[in-house]
Write a protein that binds this ligand. Sequence first.
Ligand SMILES: [Zn+2]
Length: 301
Amino acid sequence: MKTRRHHWAILILGIIFITSCGVETTFSPPPLPTLVPTGVATAVPTPPPTPQSNDVAQLPPPTATLQPTATATATQPPTPTPTATLTPTPIGPCSERMPQDDLFTIVTQTYGLSRDYAPQDLVLLTDYLPFEVTLGFPTEIRQIAVQPLIQMITDMQSAGLQPRILSGYRSYAAQAISWEKWNREEPERAAILSARPGHSEHQLGTTVDFGSPELATIVGIPDIQFHTYFYQTSEGIWLAENAHRYGFTLSYPRGALELTGFYYEPWHFRYVGEEMATFLHQSGLYLTEYQLLNQPEPCIP
Ligand SMILES: [Zn+2]
């Protein structure tokens, strides 16, 4: 088993910057408390757990009557204060969704984005963060998430941590290349090792993959960058406890596979604004779970 593990890890190293981070490992980390019963995707909408703060007290009731339309997100004007509301995203036809400035759009292995969607406010992180964080790679994210990210990185460094950013925005075309590569090399596992084009949160431009210099030692593989054991690193522990205070949420916690199509990815955080991130953190829900609990089931392409 150890040899298989090493073999897998070496495969990861060669393609680390163009693949989805939907990576499965054969490790079985200690279980965490179960978040919710399974099958919530088709469940009758249920109110979220009792909010514990003023912010989440403003949550709208379940929007079971919300009328999703194909143009709902496309025709909405940009939202100047996207964290001011927790209104769930109207869900249109899966292959036509254009999130625009929406921070809550569902993106899973089932519910995808238009091939034409690309954020219009991408910026280079190398213009904002030092080399030891970006490692010099031309990673882009949306402008709206930059200042919260800088503040979070700064606070992590002040706490003695060494956060690294390994991936940010990924275009539909780049994801297509990644998907083709996985299908060519590991066709049986492509569906869990990568995301189909249009089905990666990285296309939103609000998602970041973090790394830790401790990971290689913990895993025992030099230079490894993505591994489930990220949750054991100092950076992973800090992010799990604090990222919500900066508006970032863990997209794929343990147990998210059924609703998202992705295994546990303790390094993959998405910016949703402080209010939503804090609500999710306190409620124990993850974003996709919350969205599916509060909206009609999206279409399936
Ligand atoms: Zn990721």
